[in-house]
Design a protein around this ligand. Structure first.
Ligand code: PEP
Ligand code: MG
Length: 330
């Protein structure tokens, strides 16, 4: 089985009916880059940059240190796209106490709803500018895409775009080289799905963060054991939000990927294909098994089965059966 997965590495991921599907990798640190290539991923769909900021004992990475880390990944990927998510600290990914004190932020009563991700970045514009400059500089060495986490408001998108402009202008002023970037927004709050057409006017692509989208759609703290039995990726509301986001992005001709756990969970591969998804980003170790499912799937037949799944009271039951019979070879 291991040998078979290894042979799979160089097999293009295409469905039975000829639909190409992009398989990307999620990484946390530059040292993860070799695993991306070994897995046969065609790029990094999610570089969780906050891991450069965690476990630092109060000392956060400056622009140069970040630039070197991003450049290391971009260089290792050798022309393949690298999607760098701006810091997503807070909630389940806290900064060290010292760093937090240094930045004078109060303890939040409800951190998942508090100053995390893009909210934190916009509240620390000097630090955010350093990160944006570091990413733009790394883009001089390869194909870089910026991904903005936890956007809920159009105004946040506008602020990010303005800060990217400022970062570029300051690099010009300093005579430092930088490269072009594509700009993406993470869709992980239901409000962002509902205003997607407006958001998409400002972005080249979206990446759906199902881990948080489930948390915020169902009001289930993803880190709270007491309610983990209610954290249900098959909830009809969750599936409809995901389907709506994918459809909207496809209609508007924007790239769309899923980078939450659902992308690497083979229980959802056929369902996501049925929704029109053609780009998945996951832990490198999951790429082989997801590719195997894609090779056996008939995307057109799956698409035809989708409405019944989305309308079902129990999509897991209906979806399991329908998608298995409609989408794959026995
Ligand atoms: C997500 O929310 O699905 C996601 C990919 O981001 P993270 O798990 O890092 O919050
Ligand atoms: Mg998230």
């Amino acid at each position: 089985e291991r040998a078979r997965l290894k042979r799979l590495r160089n097999t293009p991921s295409v469905t039975l009916d000829g639909q190409a599907v992009e398989l990307l990798a999620n990484i946390e640190l530059p040292s993860d880059a070799p695993a991306v290539l070994e897995a046969g991923a065609v790029g990094v769909g999610l570089f969780r940059s906050e891991f450069l900021f965690m476990n630092r004992g109060g000392h956060l990475p400056d622009e140069q240190e970040q630039y070197e880390a991003y450049r290391a990944v971009v260089t290792a990927l050798n022309g393949l796209p690298v999607t760098i998510r701006t810091v997503d600290v807070g909630a389940d990914k806290p900064l060290d106490r010292l760093s937090v004190q240094e930045l004078r932020h109060e303890h939040s009563l409800n951190p998942a709803l508090g100053l995390r991700a893009i909210r934190w970045s916009l509240s620390e514009p000097d630090m955010f500018l350093q990160q944006l400059r570091a990413i733009l500089r790394a883009a001089a060495h390869g194909r870089v895409r910026i991904l903005v986490p936890m956007v809920a408001h159009l105004q946040e998108a506008r602020q990010v775009l303005a800060l990217i402009e400022r970062a570029r202008a300051s690099l010009v002023e300093d005579g430092l080289a930088y490269g072009a970037v594509e700009l993406g927004v993470m869709i992980e709050i239901p409000a962002a799905v509902l205003i997607l057409p407006s958001l998409l006017r400002h972005f080249d692509f979206i990446s759906i963060g199902t881990n948080d989208l489930i948390q915020y759609a169902l009001a289930i703290d993803r880190a709270d054991e007491a309610v983990s039995h209610l954290y249900d990726p098959w909830h009809p509301a969750v599936l409809r939000l995901i389907a709506q986001a994918i459809e909207q992005a496809n209609i508007m001709g924007r790239g769309v990927s899923v980078c939450g756990e659902m992308a690497g969970d083979s229980a959802f591969t056929e369902l996501l294909l049925a929704m029109g998804l053609r780009s998945f980003s996951m832990h490198p170790a999951q790429i082989g098994s997801i590719k195997q499912r894609i090779l056996r799937a008939d995307a057109r037949a799956l698409g035809a089965a989708l409405p019944a799944v989305l309308e079902a009271d129990n999509p897991q039951e209906v979806g399991g059966a329908l998608l298995r019979s409609g989408g794959s070879r026995p």
